[in-house]
Design a protein around this ligand. Structure first.
Ligand code: AMP
Ligand code: FES
Ligand code: ZN
Ligand code: ZN
Length: 303
């Protein structure tokens, strides 16, 4: 197969575009796809102060690299989750990347905040690890951005991640989530910082190819706590469909953004300041503070 741009041998094939690319033109293709997503969905302004949530995996490191190349001002925020070697290795990769590009990296440790990491948090509260982890990460992203004057938080969710989430939401008819599932979450007066997912036009394997071709050394291992998660099964199913009919994932997700989502309820919820931490919440005490309280109570043997 030859590169569609220059007829040199292709190193990456993108079947849904029915195209092959050489290294140089694949990198250009990825940058163009992300730029197009940012522009079409009005994700970022040139004067935004962007905080990229970086896990050390391929998606978030590639995102940071891409935003930097596109000329955006973007600092990183890495959260130490406290999931054994997986977490410590992720931190090493994140730091090395930031250093190699001279980028500013902030770090927050869950263990320093709570007294223990995600593994113990989930054990003590008997919550599924990914769910306790998600609540914790969302809380830290928003609070850190707000406290440090960042105007937008960018995460590395890609096409496969978002299509799998969409499939899960549909299978369970989570109409409220469907009304909210978006690549852009606007800021609210109550203090939610705007959130964007600039990689939603790129499949996981395209992001991986980009990271490898750019020489990004990323955490290859999956989180050990997420083994057996249903999201993996949804990704497998979608990949199977994609094999038979290239473009299925893209049509599924982008068709939803363009034509599906508006049919689901989208009420703007009134948010209050959490009585404990001040972060926006629909109730009196936010999900994170309730989780932390349950974990502390369990430790004290009161439950
Ligand atoms: P996940 O929920 O693990 O699929 O991650 C989705 C996105 O959340 C990643 O692409 C990152 O942008 C962000 N993220 C996940 N884990 C971390 C972490 N430990 N620190 C900072 N950001 C993270
Ligand atoms: Fe959060 Fe694995 S990264 S549970
Ligand atoms: Zn080429
Ligand atoms: Zn709170």
């Amino acid at each position: 197969m030859k590169c569609v741009k220059c007829r040199q041998p292709a190193v990456v094939e993108v079947r849904r575009h029915n195209a092959g690319f050489c290294r140089e033109h694949f990198v250009e293709h990825v940058l163009r796809q992300v730029e197009r997503t940012i522009d079409e969905l009005h994700m970022l302004r040139r004067d935004d102060r962007i905080l990229v949530a970086v896990s050390g995996g391929k998606d978030s490191l590639a995102l940071w690299d891409i935003l930097h190349r596109l000329g955006y001002r973007a600092d990183g925020l890495h959260i130490h989750l406290g999931i054994g070697e997986y977490s410590s290795e992720s931190t090493v990769k994140t730091r090395a990347f930031a250093e190699s590009r001279g980028l500013t990296l902030h770090e927050v440790s869950v263990a320093e905040e709570l007294g223990f990491g995600i593994e113990e948090l989930s054990r003590r509260t008997r919550r599924i690890p990914c769910s306790a982890c998600g609540t914790t990460k969302r809380h830290i992203f928003n609070r850190f951005a707000r406290e440090h004057g960042y105007t937008v938080v960018a995460t590395g969710h890609n096409l496969d991640d978002e299509a799998a989430t969409l499939l899960g939401n549909i299978l369970h008819w989570q109409t409220e989530y469907l009304g909210r599932q978006s690549a852009v979450m606007e800021a609210t007066e109550s203090g939610l910082v705007r959130k964007v997912k600039p990689l939603v036009r790129l499949a996981e394997r395209e992001v991986a190819a980009y990271a490898v071709l750019q020489g990004i050394d990323y955490q290859v291992d999956e989180c050990p706590m997420a083994v057996g998660a249903t999201s993996h099964l949804y990704k497998e199913v979608l990949n199977r469909l994609e094999e038979v009919a290239p473009g299925t994932k893209h049509q599924f997700l982008w068709g939803f953004y363009e034509r599906g989502r508006r049919h689901f309820p989208h009420e703007s919820r009134t948010l209050n300041a959490c009585k404990v931490c001040g972060e926006p919440t629909t109730g009196e005490i936010c999900a994170y503070c309730r989780l932390a309280e349950r974990a502390r109570a369990a430790a004290a043997g009161t439950r």
